[in-house]
Design a protein around this ligand. Structure first.
Ligand SMILES: Nc1nc2c(ncn2[C@@H]2O[C@H](COP(=O)(O)OP(=O)(O)OP(=O)(O)O)[C@@H](O)[C@H]2O)c(=O)[nH]1
Ligand SMILES: [Mg+2]
Length: 286
C-alpha cells in the first residue's frame, strides 16, 4: 500500500478544485468562476486497492486584505508541512507571470518533488500549449509537467499515476470509502455557497458565507450570511427569486449527499463585517 499527502498550490481560479475533484473521481470541493472560491483546506482522497492519495486542496495564494483572507493564506502556508510532494497548478489560458513566480519561489524551496499541472488546455492550439509548457518549465526545477484539462479529464489519469508514484509505503489515513475529510454539515454549507457564487458577481460572492443551523432526517435550515443590506437584497432577489434558485440548484446535490429528501429552508441574514470578525470566522470553521 502506497499512501501520503500532496498539497495543491496555485493562483486563485486556475482550476485547483476542479482538478482535485477529477483526480478523486467525484465532487469533494466546490468550484466557481469567481476567484477565492476555496476558503479552507479540503482533503480530497483518491482511493484504489493499492494506494491512498490524499490531496490537500487549498485557497489560491493571495495578498491578505482582511481577517478572512489572512486566515486563508495562513492555511496555505501551513499546508506544506509533511507532504510527499506539491501539485503546482497553472492555467494555460493565462499568462504565466509574477503571481506564478511568487508561488514557485515558495514551492520549489520545500525540498519535495513539484509536479506541474498545466490546466485548461481544452480547446487550445497545440502551439500555444507548447509555449505555455516552456514558460511553466522555467519556473523552477520541476519533477514532472503534465498538460491537463480538469474539465474534460484529458491527462488526468497520467497525472494521478505520477502523483501516486511519489507516495511511500504507508498506512491508510482514511477509511477507503471516504473521499473527503469535511463534515456533512460543512459539505452542505459549501454546496449552498457554490450555487450562491454562480448566481452573484462583483463583491457579493466574497461577502457570502453559509452556516447550517439545523439538520435532521427531514429538515435542513441554513443561513446565507452577507455583510450589508444591499448584498442581502441581491441574494434574496426580486420576490425571493435568487435565493429560491440557490435552493433549487443546491437541493438535488444535498439530497444525493444525504441519501434522502429534505425540506430546505434558506434564510439570508446580514452579519456586518463578518469577514473581519475572528469569532465568526472561528465559528464558521474558517
Ligand atoms: N476550460 C476549462 N475551465 C476550467 C478547467 N478547470 C477549471 N476550469 C474553470 O475554472 C474556474 C475556476 O475553477 P476552480 O476549480 O474553482 O479554481 P480554483 O483554482 O480552485 O479557484 P480558487 O478556489 O478560487 O483558488 C471554473 O469556472 C472552472 O469551471 C479546465 O480544465 N478547462
Ligand atoms: Mg478552489
Amino acid at each position: 500500500m502506497r499512501s501520503g499527502f500532496v498539497a495543491v498550490a496555485g493562483r486563485p481560479n486556475v482550476g485547483k478544485s476542479t482538478l482535485v475533484n477529477a483526480l478523486c473521481g467525484g465532487k469533494v470541493a466546490i468550484v466557481s468562476d469567481k476567484p477565492q472560491t476555496t476558503r479552507r483546506r479540503i482533503f480530497g482522497i483518491a482511493n484504489a486497492d493499492d494506494y491512498q492519495l490524499v490531496l490537500a486542496d487549498l485557497p489560491g495564494f493571495q495578498r491578505p486584505r482582511d481577517a478572512l483572507t489572512e486566515r486563508m493564506q495562513r492555511t496555505v502556508d501551513t499546508a506544506f508541512e509533511d507532504v510527499e510532494g506539491v501539485l503546482f497548478v497553472l492555467s494555460a489560458r493565462e499568462r504565466i507571470g509574477a503571481g506564478d513566480r511568487f508561488i514557485a519561489q515558495r514551492v520549489y524551496s520545500l525540498g519535495v518533488p513539484v509536479v506541474i499541472a498545466l490546466n485548461k488546455v481544452d480547446r487550445l492550439k497545440p502551439g500555444h500549449i507548447a509555449q505555455q509548457m516552456t514558460a511553466a518549465a522555467q519556473l523552477g526545477d520541476f519533477h514532472a509537467l503534465h498538460p491537463v484539462s480538469a474539465k474534460t479529464g484529458d491527462g488526468v489519469g497520467e497525472l494521478r499515476d505520477e502523483l501516486v508514484a511519489l507516495l511511500p509505503e504507508g498506512p491508510l489515513y482514511f477509511p477507503q470509502e471516504q473521499r473527503t475529510d469535511l463534515s456533512v454539515e460543512t459539505q452542505i454549507g459549501e454546496l449552498i455557497r457554490e450555487k450562491a457564487l454562480w448566481l452573484t458577481r462583483d463583491e457579493v460572492p466574497h461577502a457570502i458565507s453559509v452556516e447550517v443551523e439545523e439538520l435532521d432526517d427531514k429538515v435542513l435550515r441554513a443561513n446565507v450570511l452577507v455583510e450589508t443590506d444591499s448584498q442581502k437584497q441581491i441574494v434574496v432577489g426580486k420576490g425571493g427569486s435568487v435565493i429560491r434558485e440557490i435552493g433549487t440548484r443546491a437541493r438535488p446535490e444535498i439530497e444525493h449527499l444525504l441519501g434522502y429528501s429534505i425540506f430546505l429552508e434558506l434564510v439570508v441574514k446580514v452579519r456586518p463585517r463578518w469577514r473581519r470578525d475572528e469569532a465568526t470566522l472561528e465559528r464558521l470553521g474558517l
